[in-house]
Design a protein around this ligand. Structure first.
Ligand SMILES: *Cc1c(COP(=O)(O)O)cnc(C)c1O
Length: 357
């Protein structure tokens, strides 16, 4: 029996990935030089497709990294001398904060309980804060912040850089990139690809800040500093030998998503999420975890009355692999990913099984 992975990352591969891997093998994508014209063409095509799919403005730079966690480190390293401020409501937003700490910055934070969103009136960074970091979709809790809140942060703190983690909401989230300075994701979640590739979009303000820090004698990293990355990106290359297969597959899957239509993908995402939330709502032994107004469309989290392993095991026997709760919620929650690779009929089947449990 083929298993369907509804885990929040890595997750089910996008249905066309297998064919694209076969093509990559037969066309020697895995052996070409990362300085060759053949690779530059792949790079350019992936970049073009990504920009089209996500409506990334032309004046934003795109760079390829090894993961989303790396993107957090690059953003702090290149964007902050002394102070960043973090909105923390789960494990991934906390990671962003601790990276700033580990890099020797002096980050501030606004913390709310897991499962909650933010009241922006409570967000009070210190005067002159250089960067505000926010996680659009907290994969650990199933909380997605309203985009209006992110845009509001921008207008409230116009002098700070605004960096947004869209790892588990891209490509379903319709983010207006022009309202943020940096946004990033990795590909093993909503893009349905093998792990090992991160994408970071930044604007000129981020680059200017990095160059100012460097001119002031601060370290902004080495081979993956923003200026080093952008110098190579201008020639459709990376400073190092990058994940060539990952970049190739991302371009192909973006093209497939463009063919299907991003509006259709987003509409299906909402339809599947509604079904999952209704199923949980009506189940006597399950309860939706995220607060009503901040429920994620792409990661659905439910509290279970009994050990969540019972649900995970029973569904696994039916071929549906779902996630456990995160960290301290491991045994009392389930997490179900709802990405473009998850077909409507598969989610309907899962909802039926859940109802019968
Ligand atoms: C998975 C995830 C990350 C980390 O992604 P990596 O590719 O493993 O570095 C960061 N933020 C969020 C919201 C995530 O879901």
């Amino acid at each position: 029996m083929d298993k369907i992975y509804l885990t929040p990352g890595p997750s089910q591969l996008y249905p066309t990935v297998k064919d694209h891997i076969t093509t990559a093998l037969s066309e020697s994508v895995l052996s070409i030089s990362h300085r060759s014209a053949a690779f530059q063409d792949i790079y350019a095509s992936t970049e073009k497709n990504l920009r089209q799919l996500l409506s990334i403005p032309d004046d934003y730079y795109l760079v390829f990294l090894s993961s989303a966690t790396e993107a957090m480190e690059r953003i702090i390293q290149s964007g902050v001398d002394k102070h960043s401020h973090h909105l923390v409501n789960g494990a991934f937003s906390k990671r962003f904060y601790s990276i700033a700490q580990e890099l020797g910055k002096n980050p501030g934070k606004t913390v709310v309980d897991w499962g909650q969103g933010f009241d922006l009136a409570q967000v009070k960074p210190i005067e002159g804060v250089e960067l505000i970091a926010i996680t659009h979709n907290e994969t650990s809790t199933g909380v997605a912040l309203p985009l209006e809140q992110i845009y509001k942060l921008r207008s409230t703190f116009p002098d700070s850089l605004l960096a947004v983690d869209i790892v588990s909401s891209a490509p379903c989230v319709n983010l207006d990139f022009s309202q943020v300075d940096a946004a990033f994701f990795s590909v093993q979640k909503g893009f349905g690809l093998p792990a090992g590739l991160g994408v970071l979009a930044i604007n000129q303000r981020c680059l200017d800040k990095a160059e100012k820090l460097r001119a002031d004698g601060k370290s902004i990293g080495s081979y993956h500093s923003l200026p080093a990355l952008l110098e190579k990106a201008a020639r459709k290359q990376n400073p190092e030998t990058p994940n060539v297969l990952g970049i190739y597959l991302l371009g192909e899957v973006c093209a497939d998503m463009i063919d299907k239509g991003i509006d259709i993908i987003r509409r299906e995402t909402v339809q599947k999420a509604d079904l999952l939330y209704d199923t949980i709502e009506e189940h006597p032994d399950l309860r939706n975890f995220a607060a009503d107004d901040v429920r994620s469309k792409t990661v659905v989290v439910a509290e279970t009355k009994t050990d969540s392993a019972e649900y995970i095991q029973a569904l696994s026997q039916k071929g549906f692999i779902i996630g456990s709760g995160y960290g301290k919620y491991k045994t009392i929650q389930i997490r179900v990913a709802n990405f473009p690779s998850h077909a409507v009929d598969a989610v309907e089947q899962l909802a039926d099984y859940l109802t019968d449990m």
